[in-house]
Design a protein around this ligand. Structure first.
Ligand SMILES: [Zn+2]
Ligand SMILES: [Zn+2]
Length: 605
């Protein structure tokens, strides 16, 4: 076929050549959030390292906080450290930053730079281009420079520290020629806009490789200045119809090479058309016009990653930027745990008396009304247990309500959050997914074999001192060990925290999200993160598979918590055999002789 063939379609020079007729749907690039350290400053503890979270954008890893020990966690994970291109620090507390220089040393070979290499870096002075960009509050530049100087580490590359200066503040150190560390490139001092937001501190739209993600930041309430980061993906676009475009470009090859300036590689126009921001249409010598790919109409993903804070952000403009998060990562340092989940004497007494507390009876009543108004049947999020006599039950409920208020007040007084703070903020910004971290050292991590956010509560246990799925990648090929009552107890504690958050998040004011299944807002389930947990964010909206997973997790949690609250344990099936996992004696078999089902497949809202 030659360009002279009189086909009617080529008669229109305005024919849109970017998209095929069928507009194939392009799978969004993978994005996953790796929780590498989930303990608060009271740690580390055996099962949890202090704060570090990695966002894997496919070919680039962005690290959020880097506590002491983050190097180890990175090595133990499936992430490749050389792919770390940016480090974001939320605040200057030790449990968030002490690992940063050690990480620079590994990524840029801290064993030392040759004298000639050092001289080259020194000569480059303020003209150095950073290999790693570091963002954080004022103080970070001085800290890293001082640590490098005092430890005599020389790196093979260059880093830059960009400080986010509060209104009226100033940077911790200057970046003039004489100020910089030999490995340091000039950093930027970011000042907030008139609404108090550090807007677009990363704007990679013209850059290939990072897929155009942008980052803005805003202030949080903590004991020292603390920062929340919002990562925004550009809106997804249809793929170019390369099957149609490549022959067209090849037909134009000769004419393109004669242009001024010449285009010697016609296929380079394909990547040019896909670049961001979208370029202007390009008219080929044949008269056909190349257009950049059109938006699919779907929203890009938005990751909201907060530092330590006492619930959300005080800045309304920043809160608006956080709205409609695909995933909210928020701290949850403290939580009140109902006595009935306990495995000790008090838990036994609570169970024996049938006094399992309602987590929040009044609010639960609101949910009922809301569900009825929507014409759906609501399964309670939080198990309320069997009813003892009314007076004692009300007293127990009051006691637990008071405990929750006290825990929340204590958390807030220290600049931290309780489950209600997280749930309220998640509802306010209509978050699609929620994961919490930064747990008090009194909440050891369960040891799931799986790294999934929603593993079965009754699944086997990792034999490692830290929870990880990828056993073969570590010391040995040890088989997972069966679930024990102690491990199940830890899991139920974390599950009740997730339930408390979810109850607020799924509350009456939560707006229905645009997903294709009925009432998904009633099955949204928060996740208590653990070290090595990986949360994949496949798209902005929850996929039907994710909704099914959450519904199953919800159903299993209800079943297991109910059984534990009534009988102090649960029946599970291991290798075809019924096993009682509990802190109470095994109850008499049910008349039907069937164990409690571990999960109900396909359970809907
Ligand atoms: Zn902290
Ligand atoms: Zn802190």
């Amino acid at each position: 076929m030659s360009s002279s063939s009189p086909t009617p379609s080529t008669s229109s020079a305005e024919r849109r050549m970017s998209n095929g007729k069928a507009k194939p749907k392009k799978a969004p690039p993978p994005v996953s959030v790796h929780f590498l350290g989930t303990c608060s400053g009271g740690g580390p503890i055996i099962s949890r390292q202090c704060s570090a979270t990695a966002v894997d954008l496919g070919n680039n890893i962005w690290l959020f906080d880097a506590a002491d020990g983050t190097n180890n966690r990175l090595h133990q994970s499936s992430l490749r450290m050389v792919n770390i291109s940016r480090i974001f620090i939320t605040h200057m507390h030790a449990d968030h930053i002490l690992g940063i220089v050690a990480i620079l040393g590994v990524i840029m070979s801290g064993v030392g730079q040759s004298p000639a290499g050092l001289e080259r870096l020194r000569q480059a002075g303020t003209l150095k281009r950073p290999d790693i960009n570091i963002y954080g509050p004022a103080g970070l530049r001085r800290l890293i420079r001082t640590m490098l100087e005092c430890t005599a580490i020389t790196l093979t590359g260059a880093y830059a520290v960009h400080e986010l200066i509060p209104e009226g503040g100033s940077p911790s150190a200057a970046c003039k020629a004489g100020d910089l560390h030999v490995n340091e490139a000039q950093g930027i001092d970011f000042h907030p806009n008139d609404q108090g937001v550090w807007e677009n501190i990363v704007d990679d739209r013209p850059t290939r490789g990072i897929k155009g993600w942008r980052v803005s930041a805003g202030p949080l309430i903590h004991r020292v200045p603390s920062i929340g980061y919002v990562l925004t993906e550009p809106e997804p676009r249809h793929p170019l119809d390369t099957a149609a475009l490549i022959p067209l470009l090849q037909r134009n090859a000769e004419a393109l090479a004669e242009l001024d300036p010449p285009i010697r590689h016609p296929l380079s126009l394909l990547s040019k058309m896909s670049s961001l921001p979208p370029p202007k249409p390009f008219k080929l010598p044949s008269g056909d016009v190349l257009y950049p790919p059109e938006p699919t109409g779907e929203a890009g993903r938005k990751l909201v990653i907060f530092g330590d804070c006492s619930g959300g952000t005080p800045n309304k403009a920043f809160q608006r930027i956080c709205e409609d998060a695909s995933l909210l990562v928020h701290e949850c340092t403290n939580a009140a745990i109902p006595e009935g989940v306990g495995k000790g004497e008090k838990g036994r007494l609570v169970r024996a008396a049938g006094l399992e507390q309602s987590l929040e009876k009044k609010r639960d009543h609101e949910f009922e009304i809301s569900a009825r108004d929507r014409g759906v049947v609501r399964e309670p999020w939080v198990f309320h247990g069997k009813r003892g006599d009314t007076e004692k039950r009300v007293a127990a409920e009051d006691e637990f309500a008071a405990k929750k208020i006290a825990v929340r007040a204590k958390a807030q007084s220290r600049g931290h959050s309780a489950p209600e703070d997280v749930g309220e903020f998640a509802a306010a910004i209509r978050a699609r997914r929620v994961a919490v971290n930064h747990f008090s050292a009194m909440f050891p991590s369960p040891r799931y074999v799986s790294n999934d956010p929603f593993p079965s509560l009754l699944g086997p246990t990792s034999p490692f001192p830290y929870p990880t799925a990828d056993i073969t990648a570590h010391a040995a090929r040890l088989p997972p060990i069966p679930l024990s009552p102690n491990e199940l107890h830890l899991r139920l504690i974390m599950q009740t925290i997730a339930n408390q958050i979810s109850a607020e998040w799924n509350g009456p004011h939560c707006v229905l999200h645009g997903v294709d299944e009925p009432e998904p807002h009633l099955v949204k389930m928060a996740v208590c993160s653990r070290d090595f947990m990986v949360y994949h964010v496949p798209s902005h909206e929850l996929t039907s598979e994710e909704i099914r997973t959450m519904a199953n997790a919800h159903s299993e949690a209800n079943t297991v918590l109910r059984s534990w609250a009534n009988s102090g344990g649960v029946w599970t099936v291991e290798q075809g055999k019924q096993t009682w996992i509990g802190v109470e004696k095994e109850p008499a078999p049910t008349p039907a002789g069937t164990p409690v089902p571990p999960a109900v497949a396909g359970a809907g809202a």
